[in-house]
Design a protein around this ligand. Sequence first.
Ligand code: ADP
Length: 547
Amino acid sequence: MQDFPLLVHRVLDHAARWHGTTSILSRSVEGPLVRSDYATLNRRARALASAAERQLGLGLGSVIATMAWNTARHLEIWYGLMGLGAIVHTLNPRLFESQLSYIINHAGDQWIFTDLTFVPLFEALQDRLPHVRGFVILTDEAHMPAATTLRNPLCYETLLTWGDEDYGWPELDENTACGLCYTSGTTGNPKGVLYSHRSNVLHGLMCELGDAMALSARDTVMPVVPMFHANAWSLAFSAPLSGAALVLPGPKLDGASLYEILDMGQVSFAAAVPTVWLMLLRHLEQHKALSLPYLKRVVIGGSACPEAIMKAFVDNYGIDVIHAWGMTEMSPIGSLAVMSRRAAGLSPDEWWSLKLKQGRPPFMIDMKITDDEGNSLPHDGQTFGRLKVKGPAVARSYFKDEGAAAFDADGWFDTGDVATIDDYGYMHITDRAKDVIKSGGEWISSIMIENEAVGCNGVQEAAAIGLPHPKWDERPLLVVVRKPGSAVTAADIRAHLVGRIARWWMPDDVVFVDEIPHTATGKISKLELRERFKDHRFSLAPDDVQT
Ligand code: ADP
């Protein structure tokens, strides 16, 4: 057989040659919607590669960073600079400034490609970034900031005019590094995950599969999940390789803007975290005349999808929901809950409880659950264990060999998640290992309490954390944000939970707050909550609970 290195720019070559006129619609940072296509993307990516080589001195192994929304320009940078052999480091603007300067310096970023939105952020940060040679601002001359203090500011559109659209890609080995993404670092400094051309192409193919995202040239795909959050869940690769049209929402992620672009772009497939979908559903609730005639499938992941969101899509709008699980270290997709033939015989309740799980691994992911000693645990849907994974798009180590403890000698990566696996092979995340509530030697799933609590009328958001307890080691505290105008009480919430969770999982206290803190990737910051409530005393006597 022929040698065909799996290089990400071959994905673009394919899309440009066979789907050249297929549309890419972006909401630009300057405001208007902009239409492009794969042939144009290919020409501009090559022009960028050539200009970056000649003008910026970039080449094999150079590391550059992007801080940018999902737009066609961001996609050009990925393909152009990865094709050149450079490594594209995506920066999450929601990280703290100290974390940003740490990761930019740790990665050795030479140039930063930034959207206009983040120019003030880098003006303030650049003195802490001694190795960054300059900043490419993703706009045209007309929109360049009049008086920026950024070091060596370059206009992106001008840089492109210096490049050659017929630039020929260099020969690269498929194991060449092409992307770098740091985990959000909820404990300690963020750690880097270095993707290769091969891992990104294989992961893109894996996500395209029928029992994964089932992408095809009939789809119009909108990654709402940012390209700076774990590879936009593969969509920057899996959409072009399947010939799907793309819609890129740019900086506007509120319900009204998302609805507008879903409708205008006739999007059939979209992917986002639950909080984003919640904003869209609220917008639809407030404007009853609106409908979603084009949208057929949505992927929801990044944190556990609440039942209310999933049912709203399926029951109210006839849209299928695929619950997916993964993490930066897995490129990021690890499992998807796509229903199989066997599910057809289930009762509606059984069907929903299967659909709410995180699902099965597609080909190229292997997974197991183990106890703390590393012994494999049964797939009985009951036994909780540490979730470990293997695969060609799973990290073998962190960048610069940090965090070695997560990788064992047999090549299994410990995800830090706790899960069950049932006899269908469906995995169900019950917690993060560090968030699981250890009560009387047994584990309580904080996520399962939260998911049931948000089903209670008047509850907007809920977080369960374990707090020290004199008798049971830890007991659950439920922290709740009420819906605007709601007067829901602790007693209402407890009454709602009865029968929905085991008796001994019942939170010992329910407290109300105005806001629950979130991490840079939109997850509830349990660390912050535990710190905030560390002096909380349970109102129940110690013997009242855990029977
Ligand atoms: P970080 O750990 O840096 O926040 P990731 O975005 O990579 O970054 O987060 C991965 C974690 O998110 C997983 O380990 C898991 O705990 C959680 N997660 C992702 N998807 C789901 C899901 N569908 N259900 C429950 N938890 C999820």
